[in-house]
Design a protein around this ligand. Structure first.
Ligand SMILES: C[S@@+](CC[C@H](N)C(=O)[O-])C[C@H]1O[C@@H](n2cnc3c(N)ncnc32)[C@H](O)[C@@H]1O
Length: 222
């Protein structure tokens, strides 16, 4: 039987994750801004899943690594209470421009702070100065340093915080032990580290649909 993953995903999204005009306008805005990653946002159903996780842990403070046009950011920020805060890290000026505009359109400017810079540097700085723990972290930037992003994020979490890392299956390429692809090697190293990390309960959820075949690692801090 021919896989109908994208069609079923569209069916699920229509039922549970309909996009408003703001979310729908992010991808075209990234294309117009000349981004090479215009189609790299999570899918609507994945955005809704992230929002559900935020509700599940009663998130008041969320940290995101990799903003792009703010698509996943908006899904998550919409689960925050009015005094909640989401800090999102991005180094690309074009992406920040698109994200800022859309946070404003969504009326979320007061809840979202963009930290511009290389994720590893920003995370290092945040972890040295962070006063309050994050309830939820979403890691979705360059893959080679995923393990380091996770370790730094973990320092800023509390018992019960949720850490999610996207794209850890990569169409099954994660099984290829001889892969020379730095992104594949990065998630292999990350997945292995996560599997024996004693500070968290963790698993990987395979995902299929509009974004093809991939997976999200999900961890809860002990
Ligand atoms: C997959 S996209 C993020 C998608 C976004 N989370 C969403 O679902 O809407 C990855 C983003 O991370 C940014 N990025 C990649 N490497 C980075 C780094 N080392 N530091 C900061 N940002 C980085 C890219 O510019 C890109 O915007």
């Amino acid at each position: 039987m021919k896989p109908r993953f994208a069609e079923v995903d569209a069916y699920i999204s229509e039922l549970f994750a309909p996009e408003d005009e703001i979310l729908l306008s992010i991808e075209p805005a990234l294309v117009a801004a000349g981004s090479s990653l215009a189609f790299a946002s999570v899918s609507p159903a994945q955005g809704k899943l992230l929002q559900l996780f935020a509700h599940m842990c009663g998130a008041k403070r969320i940290l995101e690594v990799g903003t792009l046009g703010g698509y996943s950011t908006i899904w998550m920020a919409r689960a925050l209470p009015s005094n909640g805060k989401l800090v999102t890290i991005e180094y690309d000026e074009k992406h920040i421009g698109v994200a800022k505009k859309h946070f404003e359109m969504a009326g979320l400017n007061d809840r979202i702070e963009i930290k511009q810079g290389k994720a590893i540097d920003v995370l290092q700085e945040l972890s040295e100065n962070n006063a309050e723990p994050f309830d939820m972290v979403f890691i979705d930037a360059d893959k080679p340093p995923y393990a380091e992003y996770f370790e730094l994020a973990l320092k800023m979490c509390r018992k019960g915080s949720i850490i999610i890392a996207d794209n850890v299956v990569r169409g099954g390429k994660v099984l290829d032990e001889t892969s020379e692809d730095a992104a594949v090697q990065g998630v292999q190293r990350f997945n292995h580290m996560l599997s024996y990390n004693e500070d968290v309960y963790a698993n990987i959820l395979q995902t299929v649909g509009l974004k093809d075949w991939d997976g999200m690692a999900i961890a809860v801090v002990k």
